[in-house]
Design a binder for this molecule. Structure first.
Ligand code: ASP
Ligand code: MG
Length: 425
């Protein structure tokens, strides 16, 4: 069996869904198809959550109507006729979201609001439920017999809402049972979402559908995973930023994890490990060009990457801490600092130290201010935001000069093959 994954950009409109059907229909192996929320639906549902959390029921309802209309439009352009049936399905899901809104408003008036992260997962998880519902109807109508898998039941996680950890053992049992019981050629699964043992929905972190695809492949022992994307494959730089880019046809798991961690947006950094564990190759192929081969990530490749690779990780914050008493931070402060960073779920992208300071570059996040407050109690803390981290692999002095000339660099770090710069945007 194989796993196919389609991201939000691939299913942002009716044409995308038709193309998905075409790709799936070409396949003769049994397929697990993992799908993200359509287009920017996750962002749109975040608006619903934020309005609701702020106690603004009408703004939450208005944001929800936008989500509904976006899906109505797709359903309508998919089928002029038979649209009603899909519309009813969409209505059913939207009314489940409105009941959550109503219930939450009540809880708030009683003084017991739901915690933000839990509320987020209750609502945002519906993006993938909407997309997979519409797509499984569309596949079935084309005669592709599809089983809809409810990942809030089949992917078991803990209750770290918004960044849930997967219980591999329980999920293996649940998914394998579903896979055996429903001997259908195509199973359709929501990316990004799971559920706790007591039935509460969870999410795995933004852009987490790739990770779902890798987990599903690992648990069902798939022969391969293919991520269908709106790029030709893995490129040496982001084509939105660089004029000239080169396709990297083959790379190792190690290369891929380094690229993804540095901020290359082609795949989610957590995707590689579950695949590497079982030596499952990952293909990244262009959604719009079925005949192109794209890139493959696997254990070994005959040839190392022979072009320089450029990766921009945006929205970074550089934090430098110094003990108030001049003690050596590497001896005394390291545990404490990283304990704070981990508890507040900050994602560290770079670390550098001197005798009495340590600097960490982290992704900006809503938890940052709490971490800073805690650090300020014990250290002198300086920080800058609105930064980017530029990573260049396979670099030369000339390339570095070209890329960094005229830029304000707050920190640089070079190792044998890699140069990294924290740059003011
Ligand atoms: N829909 C989720 C998000 O936009 C997951 C994903 O797209 O991978 O973050
Ligand atoms: Mg998405």
């Amino acid at each position: 069996m194989k796993v196919f994954k389609f991201g939000g950009a691939s299913v942002k409109n009716a044409a995308g869904i038709r193309n998905l059907i075409h790709i799936v229909s070409q396949e003769t192996d049994r397929l697990a198809v993992v799908v993200s929320a359509m287009g920017k639906t996750t962002n749109a549902l975040e608006k619903v959550v934020n309005a609701l959390f702020a106690g603004d029921e009408s703004a939450a309802m208005a944001a929800l109507e936008e989500v509904r209309d976006f899906h109505y439009n797709i359903a309508q352009s998919l089928y002029e006729q038979g649209y009603r049936f899909l519309q009813n399905k969409i209505d059913g899901i939207i009314s489940r979201i409105s009941s959550i809104i109503n219930k939450e408003m009540l809880l708030q008036t009683e003084g017991h609001p739901t915690q933000y992260d839990e509320l987020y997962d209750q609502i945002v998880s519906f993006g993938e439920i909407l997309s997979t519902t519409i797509i499984s109807v569309a596949l079935n109508r084309e005669g592709i017999v599809t089983h809809y898998v409810d990942m809030t039941r089949c992917l078991r996680t803990d209750n770290t809402f918004r960044e849930a950890k997967i219980d591999m053992h329980a999920s293996a049992e649940l998914l394998q049972r579903e896979w055996k019981r429903y001997d259908f050629p195509v199973h359709i699964l929501q990316g990004f979402i799971g559920g706790t043992e007591d039935g509460r929905p969870t999410t795995l972190g933004r852009e987490g559908s790739d990770y779902t695809a890798a987990i599903v492949a690992n648990l069902l022992e798939a022969e391969s995973v293919t991520i269908w994307k709106d790029v030709p494959g893995i490129l040496n730089a982001d084509p939105r930023i660089f004029d000239h880019t080169t396709l990297i046809p083959r790379l190792t798991y190690y290369d891929a994890v380094e690229l993804a961690y540095s901020g290359a947006q082609v795949i989610h950094p957590k995707t590689i490990r579950p695949l590497e564990n079982k030596h499952i190759p990952l293909y990244v192929r262009p959604f719009a060009d079925y005949n192109a081969t794209g890139s493959v990530i696997q254990q070994t490749t005959p040839k190392p990457i022979d072009v320089p690779v450029f990766i921009w990780r945006k929205n970074q914050v550089l934090i430098t801490v110094r003990p108030k008493d001049f003690s050596f931070i590497l001896e005394n402060g390291l545990n404490h600092l990283f304990d704070v960073v981990c508890r507040h779920r900050l994602k560290v992208s770079l670390i550098q130290s001197s005798a009495v300071t340590i600097s960490v570059c982290v992704d900006n996040s809503r938890y940052l201010e709490y971490a800073l407050q805690e650090l300020q109690a014990d250290y002198r803390v300086t920080f800058n935001s609105n930064l980017s981290l530029l990573t260049i692999r396979g670099t030369t002095p000339e390339i570095i000069r070209q890329q960094t000339e005229g830029k304000t660099i707050l920190l640089s770090q070079t190792t044998r093959h890699t140069a990294r710069y924290v740059i003011v945007d």
